[in-house]
Design a binder for this molecule. Structure first.
Ligand code: ZN
Ligand code: ZN
Length: 254
């Protein structure tokens, strides 16, 4: 019922020759994460050196098959309490990896230091999804409020969504959803405050664009999921068919 990730060394449907061409164009020998010159590359992410790739904790089962919440090793996959109580507005969700180590550092450099070239290698983290099982129709990035967009100069979710759109030849509906209230950064808040903070913060701009569609909602980091859940709630209310959440990294829970 729920798609799973490819195993770590499984081909993803993207041809290796295409991949390596893409790699050498973008990263001539320099690892985009640690910036050291490397003659060898890891198996999964174009251009990443083996040391950085080894530091990635891919999100694999055991997990909640619906929302992708990771469970400790040795347990079995099962629906989490939120999913059992049907608290979530989206249909299912996955993150590529745990938010830690070199990946967390790269996301921070990408987001807060304006290293937008990282959108390429970061977007490849989703290459592990079995996209052939998704058959999604369009990508919606979590929008930023115009004020925040002016400050940052770019929307990280949009850049990641564009990488994904290029790889899978799917449209990115960058204007379908907008943030109508400039919320305070979620990072300063606890779980219930986060939900309140984003409530009513989003609106659908063009209902026709999303009506009955199977949509991928993308963002960089999944912490409590309050933001993506609120986006999903609004999209569903406006007639979206199915909402799948894809984030790069999920803050680990023990
Ligand atoms: Zn590296
Ligand atoms: Zn769950």
């Amino acid at each position: 019922m729920f798609p799973i990730w490819s195993s770590p060394h499984r081909a993803s449907g993207i041809k290796p020759s295409w991949r390596s061409g893409f790699i050498s164009l973008l990263f001539p020998g320099k690892c985009p994460f640690c910036l050291t010159l490397s003659n060898s590359q890891g198996q999964e992410i174009p251009g990443l050196c083996p040391a950085c790739e080894k530091d990635i904790h891919w999100l694999l089962p055991p997990w909640c098959p619906r929302c992708g919440r990771p469970f400790p090793k040795g347990s079995t996959s099962h629906l989490c309490s939120d999913c059992l109580q049907e608290k979530l507005a989206y249909d299912w969700g996955r993150a590529a990896a745990i938010y830690q180590g070199v990946l967390a550092q790269a996301i921070q450099r990408f987001k807060y230091q304006g290293e937008v070239n990282l959108a390429g290698p970061l977007g490849w983290f989703w290459n592990k999804v079995k996209f052939e099982e998704l058959s999604f129709e369009a990508i919606i990035p979590v929008p930023l409020h115009p004020t925040r967009l002016r400050e940052r100069g770019f929307n990280q979710a949009l850049l990641l969504g564009k990488t994904l759109g290029k790889i899978h030849k799917k449209p990115v509906l960058s204007g379908a959803l907008r943030r109508i209230r400039n919320t305070i950064p979620q990072v300063q808040l606890d779980h219930s405050e986060r939900e309140k903070n984003v409530r009513g913060a989003f609106a659908v701009r063009n209902q026709q664009e999303i009506m009955d569609k199977r949509l991928l909602l993308v963002d960089d980091v999944f912490t409590t999921g309050a933001t993506v859940n609120e986006c999903a709630r609004v999209l569903k209310k406006s007639g979206a068919g199915e909402i799948i959440i894809l984030t790069l990294a999920r803050v680990g829970e023990e």
